[in-house]
Write a protein that binds this ligand. Structure first.
Ligand code: SAH
Length: 511
């Protein structure tokens, strides 16, 4: 973890309380530290349709997570029911996070919910979030205030056009209209009728701050037509005012290297977080498609036998972060700990080495190239003849390393400590990505098993509608074996290297 304080480091949770929490505008990195902390502690999370999926998924595994959204006419839950749920859960001593898109007190009915809680004597707190109005400002290049252009900003709802005094809003200021996309033609007419210049710059922004953010910018008079022509749909904010004209100067989001590129990430959900985040920060629309899930090996006997005689090994070799995690968990379960490990430890690459170092274990060897062949080569220089070597790794893996080590005279034991399977959820996701919607522009493969499982999931002809980006030569070879065309291969065989290769390819294709 980075510098962000997490739940485990905070004080004791007060149960029996409701937190009205702002989930931010969409980009999960815009969640506040406080909101994250509460999400990780919550017993019950009640969320809206505007709270992003990534944010909701940060809830603790023990939490009950319920969708209570309202999408125009379709209500999963009435406001009365939501109130009752909150009051009942808090009464039962649970910690409730009522998660709302943006900020809870900006057109989110947070005020009404807080009133209800107060009236019932339910303890509650309100945690602000980054409102979509602020998200839109930053990510679409619309500085809401500027000394040369505006003195005021108004947040107004377009939900009930008749109920708003548009005459009072037609002055020299910035208007941010929530829920106004569908009534935009009427709103624009009224503002112009009340004296706002038809040439005033205006923009409509859908899904602000997300990888699929869309911006339509025009003059006020022409915006409704342009929105219609582009087929822009809610949820969107409309921003009207001179500052919209500054967009071309201060826009940055559209200039990110992977902006406009959808990238499917096939890593296991438990591992994909940092890579997804990195891609998102580069502007990509990240599509999680976990084609792997890690489960225990079909048989523990080889690993258990090795664990019972660990001191006999000169070397312990890990070829993945998963190998480290699953081996050490098993070690503990068998009543052993780090003190029992062999004297020397090798890791195939930097991520595996970092995982070991995080456990304060010194890594004696990391090869120059992060593949089995290179690891064997590096070990050769260490005079392996007669050494006992333990290799803790996936149940299904290439033979290269054990064979090479044996050739060097080592006595090699292989301990399978985990196995990968295709998660059930991936079938629906694959259908969504390659049948129901436009296919992802890129699919990233970060190991041979991601290539193998993806091939089992999506037929090659369909996959050809996306471009495949591979983490390195071994993964590429497996992908080709399964009939995939690999368009891009990382130069450094890490997720950083893969992200870099994607950026270069994206620049090449747009330049
Ligand atoms: N509490 C929320 C607003 C809730 S009202 C906030 O502070 O942002 C719902 C309206 O907010 C939507 O109809 C839309 O107009 C706007 N909205 C919310 N999230 C948005 C997003 N990511 N992009 C564009 N508009 C958004």
């Amino acid at each position: 973890m980075g510098a962000v304080p997490v739940a485990e480091e905070s004080g004791p949770a007060i149960a029996g309380k409701v937190y009205l929490v702002g989930a931010g505008p969409g980009d999960p990195d815009l969640l506040t530290v406080r909101s994250l902390e509460l999400l990780r502690r919550a017993d019950l999370v009640l969320y809206d349709n505007l709270a992003s999926r990534e944010v909701v998924s940060l809830a603790a595994p023990h939490a009950e997570v319920r969708y209570v959204g309202k999408k125009r006419a379709v209500h999963a839950c009435s406001q009365g029911e939501i109130n009752r749920l909150m009051v009942a859960a808090a009464g039962a001593g649970r910690l409730v996070v009522r998660l709302k898109g943006g900020d809870p007190y900006v057109f989110g009915r947070g005020g009404e919910e807080a009133q209800r809680l107060a009236a019932r004597g339910v303890p509650f707190e309100v945690v602000p979030g980054v409102s979509s109005a602020l998200g839109v400002a930053a990510y679409a290049g619309l500085p809401l205030t500027h000394r040369d252009h505006t003195q005021a900003v108004t947040f107004v709802t377009g939900h009930d056009v008749e109920g708003v005094d548009w005459a009072s809003l037609a002055g020299r200021q910035t208007l941010v209209i929530f829920m106004g996309l569908l009534s935009l033609p009427r709103i624009a007419r009224r503002l112009i009728k009340h004296g706002l210049c038809p040439e005033t710059p205006a923009a409509a922004v859908r899904w602000a701050t997300r990888g699929d953010q869309e911006v339509v910018a025009e003059t006020l008079a022409r915006l409704p037509e342009e929105v219609k022509r582009c087929g822009l749909k809610p949820p969107a904010l409309v921003v009207i005012g001179e500052i919209v004209g500054l967009r071309h100067e201060v826009e940055w989001f559209d200039r990110l290297p992977l902006r406009g590129h959808s990238v499917a990430v096939t890593r296991a959900a438990s591992q994909a977080g940092p890579f997804c985040r990195q891609l998102r920060r580069l502007g990509a629309l990240v599509l999680p498609l976990p084609v792997l899930e890690f489960v225990p090996p079909s048989d523990w006997s080889a690993a258990d036998w090795a664990i019972s005689r660990l001191r006999n090994y000169e070397w312990l070799i890990f070829t993945s972060v998963n190998g480290v995690n699953h081996f050490l968990e098993r070690l503990e379960r068998r009543g052993r700990d780090l003190r029992d490990l062999p004297r020397r430890i090798a890791a195939i690459g930097p991520a595996t080495a970092d995982r070991l170092r995080a456990l304060h274990l010194r890594v004696d060897l990391v090869p120059e190239q992060y593949v089995a062949e290179s690891l064997a080569g590096a070990l050769e220089g260490r005079g392996l003849a007669g050494n006992r070597v333990l290799l803790a790794r996936a149940e299904r893996a290439r033979d290269v390393l054990p064979k090479e080590l044996a050739r060097l005279g080592a006595e090699v034991d292989v301990a399978p400590v985990y196995r990968t399977i295709l998660p059930d959820s991936s079938v629906g996701l694959a259908r969504k990505h390659w049948i129901d919607q436009a296919p992802p522009r890129w699919v990233t493969l970060t190991s041979s098993s991601t290539a193998r499982n993806l091939a089992a999931l999506v037929p090659p002809d369909r996959l050809r509608r996306s471009r495949i980006a591979s983490i390195g030569p071994v993964t590429t070879a497996t992908a080709r074996e399964f009939g995939m065309d690999v368009a891009v291969e990382a130069e450094t065989f890490t997720t950083d290297g893969l992200a870099r290769a994607l950026c270069e390819a994206a620049q090449g294709s747009s330049g």
